[in-house]
Ligand binder design. Structure first.
Ligand code: ATP
Length: 503
């Protein structure tokens, strides 16, 4: 699995998808730049989301709020007080950890031990093996799993009551219980705010302390009435937004999974109080279906319903994806009650209520939110699509089986040779297709090598111009996934491509 992940990172760099930020200065930790192909893939994911959320829903409209917001926003939202990660330093190794991540790693170790036992038993019993039954009857597996549950519950309780001494005690107990790690020398657990601070204004006296937004949602809440009134929106309705968010993450690891500067795609859906559970269920299903529509495989997704809820929520679930390093959160669906609108009312002194024409009364709507990280989506799609295939002749081919609708380039046009007028015909095909699709031209190297290069970039079609083209206006079109080649008329190309790559 480590190897698969390393492959993903190096392929992303080698083929111009993602570079470390300011690489000539040795990079900046957990900050990345999207390169010539990455920017296209990212844009296509964003558009795929936007079309399904805004274009396809009459009652959802878009917004592009500023990254900088009035500082009181973050007092009202709770981010000044509650947007913290618990940190612990190791005095020997001088390394800093997120306490909850450290504990979760131990829980995961126990889970792996249980899984090992289960796998052994499966081998022994063969087809008749019942995993669920084994988990509830085998004493060793039961012990691992109940210990794991106990650790996580104790951690959740301690974090909730902010009993940081108990979080530290738990880590120390786990160190001792896990002999292979040896006991280490820890500092006390501290809370660390994740918001990046900055200043507005030039002079030291008058400058105002600001934060870079840690989520896009608050830009939607503070504009709730502006949009509702000017758009004459009737509840239930939604406001969607994509944009940058910033978090000073401590344990920034796993490539673009956890970044310090990232992009979110969020939608806040305003509903009548009491109807939030219906809509929460609706959005859970709708969002999962959106993910499934990309065809990355149903078994790669699962829901994780939260037991421990954030201060603003009355129900919350994650859609988890099977990343190369295991199932992790990809998207959050939260029922946020009227927490945010009420808090902004209180801090601003302005009413943020909806006037219901049918009942002639005012109320503060409840909110159901869907929030997905664009970069995490990118990683999900990219890592799932990158495959090494052994061909019939024993050679291997690297192919990026991106969903065609998301592919950066839809077709590459390749003259078989660099002479006899073939490049000119290829250029003419490009000039015609480029109004509808991103198309690339490539004349370097043998055509087989060029096919492989496009496979590695995820281009769904290669169109080859050869001498026969000059006689009968036909070309070969090669399909990335099947490698099948068909002879077709140039005039048919647009429809063939369109059929496969349109939303
Ligand atoms: P996590 O538990 O992984 O830190 P979170 O629960 O804090 O995530 P939310 O605040 O619910 O995340 O943010 C919504 C979405 O934004 C997440 O599901 C994820 O896809 C994305 N996201 C959050 N933090 C980051 C980050 N540091 N880098 C990239 N994407 C992120």
């Amino acid at each position: 699995q480590d190897d698969i992940f390393k492959n993903v990172v190096s392929h992303a760099k080698e083929y111009g998808f993602i570079f470390p930020s300011s690489e000539i200065y040795d990079g900046l930790s957990a900050v990345y730049d999207y390169a010539q192909n990455g920017v296209e893939l990212k844009k296509n994911i964003r558009e795929y989301w936007w079309q399904s959320m805004v274009q396809m829903h009459e009652n959802i409209v878009g917004l592009d709020a500023a990254i900088l917001m009035h500082p009181t926003t973050w007092k009202a939202s709770g981010h000044v007080d509650a947007f913290n990660d618990p940190l612990i330093d190791n005095k020997d190794s001088k390394k800093r950890y997120r306490a909850d991540v450290l504990i979760e790693d131990y829980a995961e170790k126990l889970n792996q031990k249980a899984q090992k036992e289960i796998d052994k038993a499966r081998e022994r019993f063969g087809a008749s093996f019942d995993e669920e039954q084994y988990k509830t009857t085998n004493p060793r597996v039961m012990e691992y799993l109940s210990k794991k549950k106990e650790i996580l519950e104790r951690m959740a309780r301690s974090l909730e009551t902010e009993n940081l001494a108990d979080v530290k005690a738990l880590i120390e107990e786990l160190e001792i219980a896990c002999p292979e790690s040896g006991s280490k020398n820890w500092t006390d657990v501290k809370q660390f705010n994740l918001m990046f601070g900055t200043k507005l204004g030039a002079s030291a006296e008058s400058a105002m302390d600001l934060y870079l937004r840690p989520e896009t949602a608050q830009g939607i809440f503070v504009n709730f009435l502006n949009v509702q009134k000017t758009g004459r929106m009737k509840i239930p309705f939604g406001i969607a937004q994509t944009g940058k968010a910033f978090r000073n993450e401590i344990v920034a690891r796993q490539f673009i999974f956890r970044m310090r500067e990232f992009e979110q795609m969020e939608m806040q859906f305003f509903v009548k109080p009491g109807e939030e559970m219906k809509w929460y269920e609706y959005w859970k299903t709708t969002r999962l279906n959106w993910h499934l529509s990309l065809g990355l495989g149903k078994s790669n997704y699962r829901f994780h319903d939260h037991e421990k809820l954030a201060h603003y929520a009355n129900a919350a679930a994650d859609i988890e994806f099977n990343f190369p390093f295991g199932f992790k959160e990809l998207e959050g669906i939260h029922s946020r009650t009227d927490f945010d609108l009420k808090a902004h009312e209180q801090f601003s002194g302005k009413k943020l209520q909806y006037f219901d024409n049918d009942t002639n009364s005012n109320y503060t709507p409840y909110v159901v939110e869907t929030s997905v990280g664009l970069d995490r989506m990118f990683l999900a799609v990219f890592s799932n699509s990158l495959q090494e295939e052994v061909l019939e002749d024993g050679s291997t081919r690297t192919v990026l089986r991106l969903p065609s609708v998301l592919a950066p380039t839809k077709a590459a046009v390749l003259p078989l040779v660099k002479k006899d007028g073939l490049p000119e015909v290829a250029r003419k095909i490009i000039d015609d297709l480029k109004w509808d699709f991103n198309v690339a031209y490539d004349e370097k190297d043998a055509v087989g090598r060029r096919y492989r290069r496009q496979d590695a970039l995820g281009t769904p079609f290669c169109i080859t111009v050869d001498h026969q083209t000059l006689e009968d206006e036909t070309v070969t079109i090669r399909h990335r996934d099947s490698m099948q080649q068909d002879r077709v008329k140039i005039s048919e190309l647009r429809d063939i491509i369109n059929n496969e790559v349109s939303m």
